[in-house]
Ligand binder design. Structure first.
Ligand SMILES: CC(C)(COP(=O)(O)OP(=O)(O)OC[C@H]1O[C@@H](n2cnc3c(N)ncnc32)[C@H](O)[C@@H]1OP(=O)(O)O)[C@@H](O)C(=O)NCCC(=O)NCCS
Length: 160
């Protein structure tokens, strides 16, 4: 967290201008089958569903996105931190930002199919039965995690 303060990290909703950087970040891990691929065009179209963490120069260091599954449930997708910025709390920050966005949108729970269950366990997600969230595109090597959201502070709305 000290690094986060020193580097003046901002967590905010993604904007159209972030789409290229978000696509590069997600694409690097998709190439290793750690994330599902998203085309730059898809990301640009869905940019309102993304939250990013940026450094003092405005560079995107981490991202996370919501994908509606039902009116009360959303999937957390494209959770990524650049390799250079990992293990400094940015993944936790963008997921927290996506959770605030989810609460604003009225979702009660989030789930994710992930190859990083240890990360999700560290930030409060529980293992879940993947049969509860059938997902055509879920890969065999992923595990399913979920978290029920609790509104703790309405003032925590994620910055636009
Ligand atoms: C998973 C990922 C997003 C984590 O991002 P990060 O910025 O390094 O995570 P943070 O620094 O916020 O870590 C939050 C907590 O998770 C833990 N954590 C992070 N990665 C971990 C790992 N691979 N194994 C075990 N614990 C991990 C951290 O130790 C920290 O716990 P703490 O607060 O108790 O110390 C990042 O490693 C990544 O982009 N991986 C490739 C893409 C991917 O797998 N995405 C998830 C699939 S949806």
């Amino acid at each position: 967290m000290r690094d986060v303060l020193r580097d003046r990290i901002a967590v905010r909703r993604a904007r159209a201008a972030d789409a290229t950087e978000v696509a590069a970040l997600v694409g690097a891990y998709a190439a290793e089958e750690l994330l599902l691929p998203r085309t730059p065009a898809h990301i640009a179209l869905a940019i309102d569903d993304y939250v990013v963490a940026t450094d003092a120069r405005g560079r995107v260091l981490a991202c996370a996105a919501l994908r509606e599954y039902s009116p009360s449930l959303a999937e957390l997708v494209s959770v990524a931190t650049t390799r250079e910025a990992q293990r400094r709390g940015l993944g936790r920050l963008v997921v927290a930002g996506a959770e605030r966005l989810a609460l604003q949108r009225g979702y009660a729970s989030l789930f994710a199919h992930t190859v990083s269950p240890e990360f999700f366990a560290a930030i409060g997600y529980q293992p879940a039965d993947r049969a509860l969230f059938p997902e055509k595109a879920a890969r065999d090597h992923t595990l399913c995690v979920r978290r029920d959201l609790v509104a703790v502070d309405d003032a925590l709305a994620v910055a636009a």
